[in-house]
Write a protein of this length. Sequence first.
Length: 221
Amino acid sequence: MRNVLHLALIPFLTDSIITPGQSASAGRTFSILGQTEYAKILELNGKSYVAIEDVARLTRGSISFNTNQVLLSLPAQPAPAAASQTTQGFSREFRQTGIELMSSLREWRITIVNSIQNNSPVSEEGVSDLRRRAQTNLALVGAARSTQDDRNGYVLLAAELANVGKLSDGFLSKRRQLQYIDPRSIDNDPLDRQILACGRSIASMAAENQYRDEAACIEAR
């Protein structure tokens, strides 16, 4: 939409940029900052004027007539270019929330692994708190997604959380049934190995700031 400036504003515009008291013989000119073109100023009865044709020329505008008015139409201003959306790499917010999620998953896993290796009891309430913390962090990761790598990386993180949850649930289920758990069984547990491999891969992606497919980062069936 074009901007329209009423010519009644022009005397005020010129008054604001010239120095009063100079005569026409001084050959003063009117110009727009940053442009080389100019227009001559006419001084009459202590006031300064610029021809409307010159104003239109300097502003790249056009003049039109409406009854007893002369209207100056200014060219439309170009719309600001939309900021290009980054599509490669992880965003800063995603990396930060992802690191917090992985930290909570490591704490959750270590709690389960230590209980198995030491044949020690673990509080189900405490495990539930670890699960809720991890789920909250995953929600924050999801809210931070802005790039394609963020969206792809979120899928891997969600799978890692799901697998830690399966490891935890399997352990707690055996404890409730009073089943014996060999302390060395976790060393060769396929699910735990997958969790560790995925964690290493995610850490590498974060360091390189680039997503890549990882077979270990899929939800176990």
